[in-house]
Design a protein around this ligand. Structure first.
Ligand code: SAH
Length: 392
């Protein structure tokens, strides 16, 4: 593991931090607005409307987040624009790399002291950003570190987008060894339940996929939204007619066990949640991804593989098995490899496409379900204790 130097950013302007309550939403940022909204905002500031496009080109087109680097803006305009449209939303507290520099985790402090994390993963053909949609999470899945701390608050649209723009900048700098210098994929698999922060996540998706300079110009199909299965929100997503990839965190094919592993199952059962996922696949023509963390002696029995195989047979679905990443204090562990192989074989025998996810970022607690920065908030984030906890 390599601990990377933290890149200093401008401190928040006093107004931006101000006297806001803890857990309040952050100040407005240009990424909260579409291009028309940005035009209206700059005009209100007494700036010419073309400034909206100018700063958007810096931010989304060139990945410049620091207004002082926008040297074509007159100094007086810069100050006004920082205050109104480019407040610092994310301050990196810690950056860590592992997997020979191919995986990098950033721990961020938000304007109100809440903490979130993002992970950048480089592969030979692509770079993927794993981003947070909430500080903490209210879904309480017992095997997930984020779920243990509860929900602090929703992230704003710009807090989500700014994670991606920052990571795209890291990618563009060539810092991800062995990968092309372009961030091309985003997965909402960091902290939080994206569909519990629906309007903001949707706006963030629109911003990430709008062509530059309105947005980052990513392909919709290269964005994955992962959910525990909030059925009404899944139905709402179907109605948006987007091409984003849907991942469903199933983790058990039967209600008895899923009620425990994914507590929201007590509200929306396996049949209902799979029904909504299949409808999403039918509407988009895109395969859904069924996430299944394999937990030793909990959900890894051959009969559960067979049951899952029957549920998914003939459907536009793919199973992504995740070897459980044990979290501190957890009684659970990953399944042994022979058990995992048997599980895969049974699913494939049922005609279900199945892959086992690599365990990127484990060493820096950046793997699936290990993001737990919100726990550090109370303990004094960024201090030596917090660092030890993050870096362990
Ligand atoms: N709230 C969303 C996104 C969060 S995490 C969701 O639940 O889908 C992305 C994936 O990591 C989910 O499938 C989640 O269940 C899984 N995960 C959580 N904790 C894990 C752990 N300890 N080991 C392996 N996967 C885990």
């Amino acid at each position: 593991m390599t601990i990377l130097p933290v890149i200093p950013t401008n401190p928040d302007t006093p107004d931006a931090v101000g006297t806001r309550r803890r857990s309040a939403m952050p100040p407005r940022h240009l990424a909260d607005l579409d291009l028309a909204g940005r035009r209206a905002a700059v005009t209100e500031l007494g700036e010419p409307a073309f400034r909206a496009k100018q700063i958007s080109t810096h931010y989304f087109g060139r990945l410049v987040r620091d207004v002082d680097a926008m040297t074509d803006l007159p100094a007086a305009s810069r100050a006004r624009l920082v205050d109104d449209l480019l407040p610092t939303l994310l301050t990196p507290v810690r950056e860590m790399a592992c997997d020979d520099g191919a995986t990098r985790k950033t721990l961020w402090k938000l304007h109100d002291g809440a903490m979130v994390e993002s992970v950048l993963m480089g592969y030979p053909d692509r770079i993927t950003a794993c981003v947070s949609s909430q500080a903490g999470c209210g879904m309480a899945c017992p095997f997930c570190a984020t779920g243990q701390a509860g929900l602090t608050r929703n992230l704003s649209v710009a807090e989500i987008v700014d994670q991606v723009v920052y990571l795209a900048g890291v990618a563009a700098s060539g810092a991800v060894t062995g990968s092309p210098p372009r961030l091309s994929r985003v997965v909402f698999m960091g902290m939080g339940e994206p569909l519990a922060n629906y309007p903001r996540v949707l706006a963030a998706v629109r911003r990430l996929t709008a062509p530059a300079p309105e947005g980052l110009g990513l392909a919709q199909r290269h964005i994955t939204v992962s959910t525990v299965g909030l059925v009404p929100a899944m139905r709402r997503l179907i109605a948006e007619e987007l091409q984003v990839t849907l991942a469903l965190s199933l983790h058990a094919p039967d209600d008895d066990l899923r009620d425990e592993l994914v507590p929201v199952n007590q509200r929306w059962k396996v049949a209902e949640v799979l029904g909504a996922a299949f409808d999403y696949a039918a509407q988009t023509g895109r395969r859904i991804s069924i996430e299944y963390a394999l937990i030793r002696d909990v959900n890894d029995q051959p009969w559960r593989a067979d049951l899952l195989g029957r549920l998914l047979h003939g459907k536009l679905a793919h199973v992504n098995l995740i070897p459980l990443n044990p979290t501190p204090g957890s009684k659970w562990d990953a399944s042994p490899k022979p058990v995992e192989r048997e599980f895969v074989a049974r699913l494939r025998a049922a005609g279900v496409a199945t892959t086992v996810r690599d365990t990127r970022g484990r060493e820096i607690d950046g793997a699936c379900g290990q993001l737990a920065a919100s726990e550090l908030t109370e303990a004094g984030a960024g201090g030596p204790a917090a660092e030890a906890e993050v870096a362990q």
